[in-house]
Design a protein. Structure first.
Length: 132
C-alpha cells in the first residue's frame, strides 16, 4: 500500500495548496495580511481557482481507489509508480494552469492528457486483472 500512500499524500498536499489559493482569493482573514489594503479580486480568477481545486477533488479519489485496489491485488509497483507519476504531473499541470494563471492551454490540455493517460492505464489494468 506504500505506492498508493505516497501518491495520496502528494495529491493531498497539492489539494491544500489549491484550497489555500481559493481561500486567499475569497479574502480570507488568514491571508489578508499578506496583501495591500483594498486589494480587488478578479471574479474570473476566483472562479478559475475554484475549478482548479474542484477538478483535482473530482479525479483524485477514483484514481487512488483504483490504484489501491490494483496494489492490493498484486499489480507491479513499477507500473503503479509510472501511472501515479503521470497522473500526478497531469494534475499539477492542470491545477497550476487553472489556479495560478490567466490562461495556459499547454498546461491545461497537457495536464488533462496526462491525467487521462494515468487513469485509463489503471482502468485497462483493472479490466485485464478481472478478465484473467
Amino acid at each position: 500500500m506504500e505506492v498508493t500512500l505516497l501518491f495520496a499524500a502528494i495529491l493531498s498536499a497539492f489539494m491544500i495548496v489549491l484550497a489555500v489559493r481559493v481561500l486567499d482569493l475569497r479574502g480570507s482573514p488568514v491571508t489578508k495580511s499578506f496583501h495591500k489594503p483594498g486589494r480587488v479580486i478578479d471574479p474570473l480568477e476566483l472562479e478559475r481557482a475554484i475549478r482548479g481545486h474542484g477538478n483535482l477533488i473530482e479525479y483524485a479519489p477514483l484514481f487512488l481507489i483504483l490504484m489501491l485496489l490494483l496494489e492490493l491485488t498484486g499489480a507491479s509497483e513499477t507500473f503503479l509508480y509510472i501511472c501515479g507519476t503521470v497522473f500526478t504531473v497531469g494534475r499539477f499541470m492542470h491545477g497550476i494552469a487553472f489556479s495560478f494563471m490567466k490562461k495556459n492551454g499547454l498546461l491545461r490540455i497537457g495536464g488533462m492528457t496526462l491525467t487521462f493517460l494515468g487513469l485509463i492505464s489503471l482502468i485497462v489494468s483493472a479490466f485485464l486483472k478481472i478478465l484473467s
